[in-house]
Design a protein around this ligand. Structure first.
Ligand SMILES: [Zn+2]
Length: 251
């Protein structure tokens, strides 16, 4: 979409400054990194997915399943998959290359247990995230697996915390390591994982939209179910096909 807008602006002789405006509104006042072009938004890459159906069907709470059980099982799965996806490019995410945990124009700082803000490199940040998530999802008091064991009162807020951190890792993967992901031909997995995760956190309001808005451009493209070629209406058709209805109703 950005490329399309740029093309229109250029047609009218207007210099596009979409990125400039963004950088001026940045809270930390630092200049964004040089690689401003979001390669991951190019249609060539966004069309690549491992599955092509409405992910919403996968995330809605099935009848007969307890909400907390469902949140626990999905959160644990997302933690494992995002950890695995990050591991595919971790050799490129070094303290020299990724001196801060960046995504779009945002720098994430780590807050330790006492609430002290620390600036750290991206691999350190991801390590903090994964260690914390591992500790939480394997804690029988927080993510109980034994029959009859209750979830703690803090369960939902801890799930939200995990999802927020996992979102930071996904955003960093797109922002800083999309080229390497493409080189490994893993962009279909990343796109599918990202879309599934976003549809899930939206369904249960697990991450504040203010947090995820930096990636809204990608989310809107990936979270819209892809039209099925067989259902594409003929040019003469007057009634909307099921696939075009999907597009209209999707957020
Ligand atoms: Zn990195």
């Amino acid at each position: 979409m950005a490329a399309f807008i740029e093309a229109i602006l250029q047609t009218f002789g207007i210099e596009p400054d979409l990125e400039d405006r963004k950088s001026k509104t940045k809270p930390n006042g630092k200049k964004p990194p040089a690689e401003e072009k979001k390669q991951y938004l190019e249609p060539e890459f966004t069309k690549v997915r491992v599955v092509d159906f409405d992910l919403k069907e996968l995330v809605v709470l099935p009848r007969e399943i307890d909400l907390n059980e469902w949140l626990a099982s999905n959160t644990t799965t997302f933690f494992n998959l995002i950890n695995l996806q990050y591991s595919t490019i971790s050799e490129f995410c070094t303290g020299e290359i990724c001196q801060a945990m960046t995504a779009c124009n945002t720098i994430y700082y780590w807050y330790d247990e006492k609430g002290k803000k620390t600036k750290c490199t991206a691999p350190q940040y991801v390590d903090f995230v994964m260690s914390l998530c591992q500790k939480l999802v394997t804690d029988e008091e927080i993510f109980p697996t034994k029959y009859g064991k209750e979830f703690p009162n803090s369960f939902e807020s801890l799930v939200k915390k995990i999802c927020r951190y996992l979102f930071h890792v996904l955003a960093h993967l797109y922002w800083a390591h999309f080229k390497e992901t493409v080189a490994l031909e893993l962009q279909g997995h990343l796109n599918t994982l990202y879309a599934h995760f976003i549809v899930f956190v939206r369904e249960f309001n697990l991450v504040d939209p203010k947090e995820t808005c930096i990636m809204d451009d990608l989310s809107e493209i990936l979270c819209t179910p892809a039209p099925l070629p067989a259902l594409t209406p003929a040019p003469s058709a007057t009634a909307p096909s099921p696939s075009s209805q999907n597009h209209v109703t999707e957020r």
